[in-house]
Design a protein around this ligand. Structure first.
Ligand code: ATP
Length: 670
């Protein structure tokens, strides 16, 4: 059959993109620099496959976030004319995929009815096994959970992972090993899987070639975006599938920013060895930014000892030089960014012109405060995950105990919401629930006896949720209604109205899910942020994003905030080449988001880092600072000295008296 290539999605591609979209090699790696049209090419590839006869539901696109998956899905569908023929392409995250396979075939993978724990709940279980002190010599529960996850994702032993993560600390690794064993046992008893376990179960079963062949037969092609952020555990999933399906991987080694979670960007360099016969193609023409913005970004990479073989060229040609603004304080910096947006607004530019990139949720606060003050609508990417916020967790705990009656963490959370029930009473009720269950009672009967001493609404409410379990949004609605009075009281001083709105969003998200566990897993494994649900996200708005959540984002103006000494690289990473270089890539990702105007801002005197590092420490940070050796020609430097109102000194002779009489004149009461 003659290849059909006259798709509109191909018409505007450049020759390299076109080659990449039409490649006939069985496995491909597309090395694509920032803004060179990775997403554009993936979309064109998928449409090309469909035009040439691949059924859409035999194509799987793996993305890094739920947002990226939605973008690919909608771009593949294109306009109304092509929407119906392209429907059915699966686009999801790695975890979403693993979950779909594992849950879709319990006979092959097992673990039916087990629930997935998010990070906070994992820490809760770990605190439970650590007992009183809540820590092992040297490490807290959260750190143990983290290092265990790092070990799983990098496929190291626990001992190795501890050495890598805590090279200088005095740590009792044996005690940590014992704690981890107890934690594994507790997970087993309570039928818990962690976020990583979903991948581990999938990977472990794929080691059986018959399983790999069967899973591989579901898809004609698997496309993986952001390949540079793939970790060894994910490779353990890819490797056995290589003989059984086709892989189309797209990535950029210079944008790898998840090393701290075990991603290994170097594996992209050995792709041909890992995937024999793979074809490697390169995209180097940048469509996003002007050459001046790319010159600064290219310069940053050239300073790296890692020697990236990358030089982005701007198809759009020349534009304005990036600006580098220096301020005394973070408040001045935030004030400037907000004022620039207001100025643009007066020139009738929409709010959507702007993207503000920050390092952390915390460092975004000063900017958010100014945006609120100036009434600028914004959405924050990278803040609190909807299903991890406290009030949503409260409601979900009621669904969880129905879906997995062994879920101790959920039971404890739910029971301690009941007025006058503390940990001890809650633990007693849970124990009697377990005892009734092991005596053969149904979950409903066991609840009735264990909750006999509690308010009647609790057992009745859980029964009602159980009856609605197949209509998950209804179940969420019932749980929210049951808990409404206690939650309205618990959060009475903590913005209850906004929290109540979140619960409506959760109910909406739950619509059309087949089971409570499926719903919970989906949003734990591929989270949405509370801010994405706010009304602003439907209107014209500014985006504030952590750099780690900014993959795939682009705007006409980008403000890269807090680019100060001590932040790029951060003080924490000094002395570790891998970490310093990862920070360089974080800054690179930030710089390459701007189309027309790139505004880099920093504070030079009152940074928080300066306060706790002292001047000697600051010297070291200044030396390591990426922008330290920035050639003048690459940026327009603008120092800002904000005039503070100065008052004339008081004239001599006005010094304070020893005491001011503060007693009141009682009038005629005396
Ligand atoms: N052939 C092309 N002609 C015109 N514009 C293009 C072409 N290819 C890509 N673009 C535009 O370039 C911009 C960047 O493309 P895209 O978002 O696909 O890049 P990316 O490589 O995924 O970016 P990054 O990795 O930096 O997030 C988009 O605005 C896109 O529309």
């Amino acid at each position: 059959m003659a290849e059909q290539v006259d798709d509109g999605a191909l018409a505007h591609l450049n020759p390299a993109q076109r080659e990449a979209a039409l490649t006939e090699a069985r496995h491909n790696l597309i090395l694509a620099g920032a803004g060179t049209g990775k997403t554009t090419t993936i979309v064109a590839r998928i449409r090309h496959l469909i035009r040439n006869g691949t059924p859409p539901d035999r194509i799987l696109a793996i993305t890094f976030t739920r947002r990226a998956a939605a973008e690919i899905r909608s771009r593949v569908q294109g306009d109304a004319a092509t929407a119906s023929s392209t429907q059915g392409v699966a686009a999801m995250t790695f975890h979403g995929w693993a979950m779909r396979e594992v849950r879709g075939a319990p006979d092959v993978f097992g673990y039916e009815g087990w629930s997935v724990l998010d990070q906070e709940d994992q820490q809760q279980v770990m605190r439970g096994v650590l007992g009183r002190g809540k820590r092992v010599e040297g490490l807290k529960a959260a750190q143990i959970v983290d290092v265990l996850s790092f070990a799983h994702n990098t496929r190291r032993t626990l001992a190795d992972a501890i050495r890598v993560k805590f090279p200088d600390d005095a740590i009792d690794a044996k005690a940590i090993g014992a704690a981890v064993r107890a934690y594994e046992q507790r997970k087993q008893e309570r039928r818990y899987l962690t976020y990583d376990d979903i991948l581990r179960v999938f990977a472990a079963r794929l080691a059986d070639d018959a399983v790999a062949e069967w899973v591989g037969s579901h898809y004609d092609e698997i496309l993986i975006d952001e390949m540079q952020d793939t970790n060894p555990l994910q490779w353990q999933i890819i490797d056995p599938l290589v003989p059984h399906t086709r892989f189309y991987c797209v990535g950029d080694d210079a944008q790898s920013i998840y090393g701290f979670r075990g991603a290994d960007f170097a594996s992209i360099h050995s792709f041909r060895d890992r995937v024999p016969g793979a074809r490697v193609l390169k995209l180097e023409d940048n469509y996003r930014s002007t050459q001046e913005i790319l010159d600064l970004s290219n310069w940053l990479l050239e300073q790296s000892p890692l020697g990236y073989d990358k030089k982005l060229r701007a198809v759009r040609g020349r534009g304005a030089k990036p600006e580098l603004h220096s301020f005394e304080t973070p408040a001045d910096e935030a004030g400037f960014i907000a004022a620039e947006m207001l100025r643009a607004r007066r020139d009738e530019l929409p709010w959507a012109t702007h993207l503000v990139l920050v390092r952390t949720n915390y460092s975004g606060r000063a900017i958010e405060a100014r945006l609120v003050e100036y009434d600028i609508p914004y959405v924050f990417f990278g803040g609190v995950k909807l299903l991890e916020s406290a009030h949503v967790r409260d409601v979900l705990s009621a669904l969880r105990v129905v879906a997995n009656p062994d879920d101790e963490v959920a039971w404890m959370r739910l029971l301690t919401l009941v007025p006058r029930v503390g940990d001890v009473t809650a633990a007693r009720a849970f124990d009697s629930f377990l005892a009734a269950r092991s005596g053969g009672a149904s979950a409903r009967e066991a609840r009735a006896s264990a909750l006999a001493g509690m308010p009647a609404w609790l057992a009745a409410g859980l029964d009602a949720i159980e009856e609605a379990a197949k209509r998950v949004d209804d179940a969420v609605g019932r749980a929210a209604a049951m808990l409404q009075p206690v939650l309205a009281h618990k959060y009475r001083n903590e913005n209850w109205e906004a929290r109540a709105r979140d619960l409506v969003h959760v109910e909406r998200l739950a619509a059309s899910r087949r089971s409570i566990l499926e719903f919970l897993e989906e949003y734990i494994l591929s989270p949405v942020f509370t801010s994405e649900m706010e009304p602003e996200s439907q209107q014209d708005h500014v985006i504030v994003s952590t750099v780690h959540s900014a993959k795939g984002l682009e705007r006409d103006w980008a403000f890269v905030a807090g680019a100060s000494a001590g932040s790029y690289p951060s003080a924490r990473s000094l002395g570790d080449l891998d970490e310093v270089e990862e920070e360089r890539r974080v800054l690179y990702v930030a710089l390459t988001r701007a189309r027309d105007r790139l505004v880099v801002t920093r504070t030079v005197s009152h940074t928080p880092v300066r306060a706790w590092m002292g001047s000697a420490g600051m010297d070291v940070l200044e030396d390591a600072y990426f922008l330290n050796t920035l050639p003048e020609r690459l940026v327009e430097e603008v120092p800002h000295v904000v005039a503070r109102p100065s008052r004339p000194a008081p004239p001599p002779g006005l010094s304070a008296p020893a005491e001011v009489d503060l007693s009141i004149d009682l009038g005629d009461l005396e």
